[in-house]
Design a protein around this ligand. Structure first.
Ligand SMILES: Nc1ncnc2c1ncn2[C@@H]1O[C@H](COP(=O)(O)OP(=O)(O)OP(=O)(O)O)[C@@H](O)[C@H]1O
Length: 251
């Protein structure tokens, strides 16, 4: 079986400043892959190029062997995406968003209705289903975004910080949903800043540093008997200044 995601030499600069620099990464089918890195390391830019939301300056992105840029329609059938900033139809309710996007993706009405019902229930958005998306909290937006990503039963989920701002109970639900998705043959790539979470739920991890892959592999290989946080800080944290200044805070 082809790899779920294969990124080869992805490169992107903004205003001449490299954000992603010749980044290559392979996500095996069936894996739960975590991407970690400091703020501004290039995770969102890489994931956006990986799913066809941002055109790379150079490099390729393939989903199950399908090139995201030359065969976008085929690739998008295989992909479920939770982007960093959700461009949602703000004047629709959560249910309306699911119905609208489900029909747009070619699902028939009864399938859309049944799946929307189930997703809203499982993600505990039933109370909010009459509320316009513009009035959703940050965590609710993440959850409806995840529902949108799952709606057409993709084979690969690409999730930019899916747990950010999600309450602990919902986080557990999302973890269960993702686990079930993997157990059913799906593959997941997600970015996160929470090392403990990545260590616990992912089987593969890549540390992104200044637009490149600093290290990647199975979580066991990357950790090499240590904690993921220690490995991460050793790899990318050494140049960070401490908080020795700020003496005025103690006054
Ligand atoms: N649209 C843009 N215009 C200009 N610069 C950008 C743009 N998008 C990203 N960058 C820059 O590219 C670099 C990588 O940003 P990116 O958002 O990919 O990092 P990240 O690893 O996702 O960070 P975070 O963990 O804070 O979300 C940063 O220096 C950022 O300022």
């Amino acid at each position: 079986m082809p790899d779920a995601l294969r990124l080869t030499g992805l490169t992107k600069a903004f205003g001449g400043k490299p954000a992603v620099d010749d980044l290559s990464l392979t996500v095996p089918a069936g894996s739960f892959y975590g991407l970690v890195g400091l703020n501004g390391a290039g995770k969102t830019t890489s994931l956006s190029m990986a799913v066809g939301l941002l055109r790379p300056d150079a490099g390729r992105a393939e989903v199950f062997g399908v090139d995201v840029w030359t065969e976008p329609e085929r690739a998008k059938e295989l992909l479920g995406v939770l982007p960093d900033s959700l461009g949602m139809p703000e004047r629709l309710t959560g249910r309306e968003v699911l119905t609208y996007l489900g029909l747009l993706r070619g699902l028939d009405r009864s399938a859309v209705d049944a799946r929307a019902e189930e997703l809203l229930t499982v993600l505990e958005l039933v109370e909010a289903e009459k509320t316009l998306v513009s009035e959703y909290s940050t965590g609710m937006r993440k959850k409806i975004g995840l529902a949108v990503a799952l709606l057409h039963a993709p084979r690969l989920l690409v999730l930019d910080e899916p747990f950010e701002a999600v309450d602990p109970v919902s986080a557990l639900t999302v973890r269960r949903i993702l686990r079930r998705f993997i157990d059913g043959g799906g593959s997941v790539v997600m970015s996160s800043h929470v090392m403990a979470l990545v260590e616990h739920i992912c089987d593969h991890v890549a540390v992104i540093d200044r637009g490149r892959v600093a290290v990647s592999g199975t979580v066991g290989e990357v950790k090499a008997g240590r904690g993921l946080e220690d490995v991460f800080v050793d790899l990318v944290g050494g140049r960070v200044e401490g908080a020795e200044g700020l003496a005025w805070l103690a006054s």
